[in-house]
Write a new protein. Structure first.
Length: 276
């Protein structure tokens, strides 16, 4: 039997992130061949990933980051099966490595991100390899980005929710952008303003309004008017610029922005939460 030294085991552990025992077993199986041992650990990851493919990966982390010039923002979610793993240092490190890579390479979508090289393997291969090491299904489930004159990000303290928002002006106090990013996180708007609300949502809300009015015994000739009124309330509560500002409910988000700059507005936003 080939004798495996502690230094060889430690070297393999540092390169793959696998546990000491897994590294020792891989080196023993490979009869001391370092490259073959790496391949064995990768194959184990694929095997575990295949075995757990039908599992639900509903826990994890959601991270966001902007470029140094604050012109672009990126957001992604790396999922796992349990909250215990979501707090694992190696899991968090992998999520941050992938996010840093996204900021550097700026892929156009999730599929492109998965194919980018990370430490000699694709991002997807890194995720699969960690599945074998950690023993839970891992999944890179969400990725998006935006560009604007100024982009600000916000990550909720539990790492389960993050947002990025774009502003139309560059020289704006960072806190203003942070406040609006927190607003998006807390209130989950459906659009920036009423013009951005999808028509199917508008039609659905009008139908709900008419049905509610009818069930309350309102006259048929007033149903559409009442439904329009309810739609207006919906727009106020669910479109970002018209929502009550969470830090000061007597003003809207639009009014808060205009206090900083009368022409300031939000051009785009992205929000992702593991809780839906």
């Amino acid at each position: 039997m080939t004798k495996i030294s502690a230094s060889e085991v430690n070297k393999l552990r540092k390169q793959t992130g696998a546990g000491m025992m897994d590294c020792k077993k891989a080196l023993t199986e490979a009869e001391g061949d370092f490259d073959k041992a790496i391949e064995i650990i990768r194959e184990k990851g694929i095997a575990v990933a295949n075995k757990r493919s039908d599992r639900e990966a509903t826990e994890g982390v959601v991270f966001a980051k902007t470029t140094d010039d604050k012109k672009q923002g990126f957001i992604l979610s790396l999922n796992c099966e349990t909250d215990f793993v979501a707090k694992n240092d190696d899991f968090i490190k992998l999520a941050n490595q992938i996010l840093d890579l996204a900021v550097e390479k700026q892929p156009k979508d999730l599929d492109e991100l998965k194919k980018i090289d990370l430490n000699g393997k694709t991002v997807e291969e890194n995720v699969v390899e960690q599945t074998g090491i950690i023993g839970e299904k891992l999944q890179l489930s969400y990725y998006d980005f935006l560009e604007a004159a100024k982009v600000v990000h916000y990550i909720h303290m539990d790492n389960k929710l993050a947002t990025i928002i774009g502003l139309n002006k560059e020289n704006i106090d960072e806190q203003v952008g942070k406040d609006v990013a927190m607003q998006v996180a807390a209130m989950n708007p459906v659009a920036i303003d009423k013009d951005g609300v999808p028509q199917d949502i508008v039609e659905k809300e009008l139908e709900i309004g008419r049905n509610q009015a009818k069930s309350e015994g309102k006259p048929d000739n007033l149903l559409d008017k009442i439904a329009q009124g309810k739609l207006g309330k919906y727009m106020k509560e669910n479109t970002l610029l018209n929502q009550e500002f969470i830090k000061e409910s007597k003003k809207s988000v639009k009014q808060y922005l205009q206090e900083a700059d009368k022409e300031l507005t939000v051009t785009d936003y992205k929000r992702y939460s593991l809780k839906g």
